[in-house]
Write a protein that binds this ligand. Sequence first.
Ligand code: CA
Length: 231
Amino acid sequence: MSATDSLVLVIEDEKPIRCFLRAFLERRGFQLIEAEDGEEGLALAAEHHPALLLLDLGLPGMDGVEVIRRLRVWATTPIIVISARGKEQDKVDALDAGADDYLTKPFGVAELAARMRVCLRHSATRTQDEQQAVFRTEGLFVDLAKRLVRLNDQDVHLTKIEFKLLSFLVHNAGKVVTHRQILKAVWNSDREDQLHYSRIYVRQLRGKIEPDPAAPRYLLTETGVGYRLVG
Ligand code: CA
């Protein structure tokens, strides 16, 4: 890891949590810069170009969601929201504003480490589309370039829309995606009255790629928020 690859910006107003994150991240070879509010955080992000942002939502002054919106105007830096707000709508707002993932406090360090790995891997391969064109896990194999989907070594035939949906999920494997993001990616729509499309087509897709669609193994529901494709 080069210096910038390992630089994490923490925007969090609670000192004990900053200290906890510092100890955890430094043990894993990351370097940290810290901000107590959004204004300071945005200034540090512009100055240091961190590899990843860990962001609290409930901040003094500028709200965390507003921090995401402002940062996304000029930066694609992966953002993981760490928040005490457990409400689904808060998560959806943060993800729709451009956050990559979220954790609800209290959270486990193993889970944080796993989410960070996914985000960092994504940003490293963002320009190398081919690396994300294949999804392979026990039982399920997807090769987007060849339009090949196999479940337990059997070919799976998808409709155009189902394939588009699966492509979007494969490109975001490991990350949570919201109903709104799916609607935008698959139907190029942001109509509120079409938000249920994702539910309908996820159900259809599960019928084809899940061994037991009633108990999904790959295409998981993030209740009230969206879906996550996991390997
Ligand atoms: Ca806070």
